[in-house]
Design a protein around this ligand. Structure first.
Ligand SMILES: [Zn+2]
Ligand SMILES: [Zn+2]
Length: 432
C-alpha cells in the first residue's frame, strides 16, 4: 500500500485534507471553507501542489492534528465560518502546540504575514489557534510530505534503526496500515534485533542501473540473505527516487515489507536534533505483506530491494561486517543490548569475477560470449526427490544478470516486448 498518495484541488492546487465518514472518503480545503467547490485530483497530476503547514504556511507539514470541527462566528459579517478538523502542522508549530504555548504559536504565524499583536487579524488568528491547541484530540504522522533526501552511512544505521523503533513505540498515530498497536510493538521488537545492511555507492549504482529492467523474481527463503533485516542505500533509489531503505520481517507465511523515504535537513538547524530524536531519519512510504513465493519485478515500488538481493545472491556482491565507532558499541553495552550487526554490501573484488569469466582459457571475449549485459528471466522447475524419485518439488530459478561487468546493459527479451522497438536504443547510457 502506497502511503504517499496526496489529493489536491484542481482549482487552487492546495493539498486537501481527507475525512472518512462511514467508509466514505471526503475531501476538504485546508484551514477554511473556500468560495469554490473542491475538485479533488491526484496531487501528482497538479503542477507544484501547495503542501505547507496550515498554521504558518511556511514549512513542510509533519503532523496531522485532529480537533472537533471548528466554526467561528464573524460578528461583523454576521456569518458562520466553517474551519476544518484536520490540521497539517510543521515541526516548529507543533513544538509550540505540544508546549501549550498559544502566544508563541500566534506570534510566530502572525509575524510571517506581518500582523502585529493588538491588530484584529492577530486576535482572530489567536482565536482559531486556541481552538486547535486546546481542542486537539490526537495527531498522526504525515507520510505524504516530500522531504529532501538524507545521506545515510553504515555508521548511522544503528541510530537510524533505533529512532524508527522509537517512532513505532511512541503514542502518536501512524498511517492506518501501520497503526495497529500490537503490530507496532511486534515490529519494533523485531527491528531491535535485525541485521542491518548498507549498500555501498558502487553497488548502489549497479542496482540503479539494473532495477528498472529486472524481471519478476520470487520472494523465498533462498533469495533473502536473512529472515529479517533493514537495508539502506546511501541515497534514494527506485522509479520515484524516493526509496531510501526497506525493512523485512517474517509474518505468517511470508514477510512484511516496509519501504521508507529519508528526511534530510530541511529545518532551521536548532530544531533538527529534536526532530531526529522524535521521528528520526525514516518515514514509511510503502507497506506490503508479501506471501512466500510472490513474484516482484524491478518496477515494483520496492523493486530495488529485490534487485539488490538478486545481484547479491548471484555473488556479484559480498557482505562484510562494518566497523562501528567505539561509542556505538559502548552505548549498546550500557543498555545491555547485543552489539548492533551492520553489514556493508559491496561489489566483490574485480579479480574474482574476471577469474570466473575467463576459466575457458581463451584471451578476451570469444564469439560465444555476450557483448552486453542482460537479464535472463526466472522460471520454475519441477525437481524429483524422495524414495525412487517419486516426489516432486518446485524449484524457483531466479532471474540472472548475464554478461561481463564492464559490458553495456541491454534490456532482457521479456522487457523488450513492452518497451520500444528501437534496437538497443538508449539502454547503454544507463550505466554511467
Ligand atoms: Zn480549491
Ligand atoms: Zn508551521
Amino acid at each position: 500500500m502506497n502511503l504517499t498518495a496526496m489529493t489536491a484541488c484542481a482549482t487552487c492546487r492546495r493539498v486537501l485534507t481527507e475525512h472518512r465518514h462511514d467508509g466514505q472518503l471526503e475531501y476538504r480545503h485546508p484551514v477554511v471553507e473556500a468560495r469554490h467547490a473542491v475538485i479533488p485530483v491526484d496531487a501528482a497530476q497538479v503542477q507544484r501542489p501547495f503542501n505547507r503547514c496550515h498554521l504558518c504556511t511556511d514549512e513542510l507539514p509533519v503532523w496531522n492534528y485532529r480537533t472537533g470541527l471548528i466554526q467561528i462566528l464573524a460578528y461583523e459579517a454576521g456569518a458562520l465560518l466553517n474551519y476544518n478538523d484536520h490540521w497539517h502542522v510543521c515541526y516548529q508549530c507543533a513544538q509550540h502546540i505540544e508546549a501549550d504555548d498559544l502566544d508563541a504559536l500566534t506570534t510566530r504565524c502572525a509575524a510571517i504575514v506581518g500582523w502585529h499583536p493588538g491588530s484584529d487579524e492577530y486576535a482572530e488568528l489567536g482565536l482559531l489557534y486556541r481552538g486547535i491547541l486546546y481542542g486537539r484530540e490526537g495527531r498522526t504522522l504525515l507520510t505524504t510530505t516530500t522531504w529532501p533526501a538524507a545521506r545515510i552511512t553504515a555508521e548511522m544505521l544503528p541510530k537510524v534503526r533505533d529512532r524508527l523503533t522509537g517512532l513505532l513505540r511512541c503514542t502518536a498515530d501512524l498511517p492506518e496500515p501501520l497503526n495497529n498497536p500490537g503490530q507496532r510493538k511486534t515490529l519494533a521488537s523485531q527491528l531491535d534485533l535485525i541485521p542491518m545492511y548498507w549498500i555501498n555507492e558502487e553497488f548502489t549504482r549497479r542496482v540503479k542501473a539494473h532495477s528498472a529492467d529486472q524481471p519478476p523474481a520470487r520472494i523465498n527463503d533462498e533469495l533473502l540473505p536473512t529472515q529479517a533485516g533493514l537495508l539502506a542505500w546511501p541515497g534514494p533509489v527506485g522509479d520515484t527516487g524516493q526509496l531510501a531503505a526497506v525493512s523485512w520481517t517474517p509474518r505468517s507465511d511470508g514477510w512484511q515489507l516496509i519501504g521508507y523515504r529519508s528526511i534530510g535537513s530541511a529545518l532551521v538547524d536548532d530544531l533538527m536534533p529534536a526532530l531526529r530524536h522524535e521521528i528520526g531519519w525514516l518515514l514509511p512510504i510503502h507497506a506490503e505483506y508479501v506471501p512466500r513465493r510472490t513474484a516482484l519485478e524491478g518496477r515494483h515500488p520496492l523493486g530495488p530491494l529485490v534487485t539488490t538481493w538478486l545481484l547479491t545472491k548471484q555473488q556479484m556482491a559480498e557482505a562484510v561486517l562494518a566497523k562501528l565507532p567505539k561509542g556505538t558499541a559502548k552505548a549498546y553495552q550500557r543498555s545491555q543490548r547485543p552489539a548492533p550487526d551492520v553489514r556493508i554490501v559491496q561489489i566483490k573484488p574485480r579479480s574474482d569475477t574476471t577469474a570466473r569469466s575467463s576459466t575457458d582459457g581463451t584471451k578476451g571475449p570469444t564469439r560465444a560470449k555476450p557483448d552486453h549485459r542482460y537479464w535472463v528471466s526466472g522460471h520454475q522447475r519441477q525437481q524429483a526427490h524422495g524414495p525412487g524419485w517419486s516426489l516432486h518439488k518446485t524449484i524457483d530459478i531466479e532471474p540472472f544478470l548475464k554478461g561481463d561487468e564492464d559490458l553495456p546493459i541491454k534490456l532482457s527479451s521479456t522487457i523488450r516486448v513492452l518497451g520500444s522497438a528501437k534496437k538497443d536504443g538508449g539502454t547503454s547510457s544507463r550505466e554511467q
